[in-house]
Design a protein around this ligand. Sequence first.
Ligand code: AHR
Length: 618
Amino acid sequence: LVVNASHNSTRKMPESLFGIFFEEINHAGAGGLWAELVSNRGFESGGQHSPSIIDPWSIIGDDSLLRVSTDFSSCFKRNPIALRMEVLCDNNGPNVCPVGGVGIYNPGYWGMNIEQGKTYNLVLYIRSSGAINVSVSLTDSIGIQTLATKNIIASDVSNWTKMEVKLEASGSNRNSRLQLKTNKKGVIWFDQVSLMPNDTYKGHGFRSDLYKMVADMKPAFIRFPGGCFVEGEFLRNAFRWKETVGPWEERPGHFGDVWFYWTDDGLGHFEFFQLAEDLGAAPIWVFNNGISHQESVDPSNIMPFVQEALDGIEFARGDPNSTWGSVRAAMGHPKPFELKYVAIGNEDCGKPHYRENYLKFYAAIRKAYPDIKMISNCDGSNAQLDHPADMYDFHIYSNSNTVFSMANTFDRTSRVGPKAFVSEYAVTGEDAGKGSLLAALAEAAFLIGLEKNSDIVEMASYAPLFVNTNDRRWNPDAIVFDSSQAYGTPSYYMQHFFSESNGATLLKSTLQANSSKTLEASAILFHNPVDKANYLRIKVVNFGSSTVGLKIVIDGLDPNLLDTSGSKTVLSSTDVKDENSFANPIKVAPVQSLMEKAGKNMDVVLLPHSLTCFDVLT
Ligand code: AHR
């Protein structure tokens, strides 16, 4: 491998080359990164029927002791359903309640992770014609072991009353539930029941362990909130941002009919921008453009959708006195968010009316926000787009050989015109298993190709980011979790090898012909703000099954500037199909070691099926 570091063979890569794509899929948000422990907190998930199903809420007691139904008595206009609980037993008299009382419980998303010593903030709304005595508790999955309990006692809750209780856990159980119980006869209504751990990231509602895993990737941008989630199978079930802002109690929630689950929309339009800001990542908002999987709005009717998009941009970056900027300000963020990119739909290019409608969105946004970069769904990698755009989406899901060979895809793309946003890529199918080393290596080779073409590839993100193992709607994914634990797949760790590439200097590097069939390599110079030092990084994928001895020659750099030692980081394993798991979360993870003989000429050994990066101080 010959690396040329002379000035005329270097190029600065985009600051935002590698980032993340967060989609509400696989319970990535609801039951995932969004730390809310109660599922279906407003009892709305069954729809506006009376009685409506209240899943996953369940009843403690039987028909002779209590009757539970739903009605339209909520004090919240946009989510009118409340739970009505008629208690037939009492603490004395002929129909005595069982010890501990009767009531309802919520198991959260396949069990709540309750940890000893931690405090959980419970908020709920209550109404009753009489005095109430309700015990609220966190218990094990069958309600026997109590981890925390308090009583809500009130003599007058004839109007809806907000109650807030802090529950401190005296024990741990990762399969817990929240119980609301009483042994007092009468009727009680409950609505909007929320339970949040008090250690979310900066108090912003993000589950701290999952947030850290994302932050460790150092993403330069975050594309959100989907994916197909943005489109919906039908428009009525698409993500409509206006329904997800304002006080959480007033959000209606919605059924995402592509990934097929209910979300209370705690992680809404505001929270996505907050997440981007916390991560220091540029937000890229994908909005619904009047197209679902089944419908396309006629151009004559598209203007309300255009206005919805404009309003969503105003919400993010408008003046705090503007119509929608004031809603953001009221939510605690008067300062505008730095929204500079929007995508007009997702995977909709071939669908009816995409182009005609696209032009209307494009013109309106360009006029109101001339600096915003707009992303088209139409692939411009083979031919020029027939419409104006700043970038175009490029999605690739395929087997490992195809993805490996696609390292050269953008070599053939015209150097003029809009740039590519590889907003979804992954190896899928048999090669990928549930996240294999093989998949990660092919993806690494593909990303090396993107680095080399980063004059016309502006951004890239793996998809999907998260999966809750209890509801795997898409496979594979970068981060796997359940209520209490998480691990990264090899593809997650592979992305860490590229996190220093944002804004780095790409050097020209050439592999000799006889090694190039199974190898892909790139070389960059980057500045590490932590130790304030400059490094030369060489990344090499060995996609073959043999060990490779590689001679690396660095030209065009004063040899005295290169340190004589460096570090070597390897992602490999005994079997190319190896995966990580909860039991063995770092079976396939980067291993760093000292490289004793660094310098202008380096003889290195590449393990079979490996990704290696060599870092040398310059
Ligand atoms: O990443 C999973 C899905 O793949 C996305 O929702 C969609 O854009 C693509 O088809």
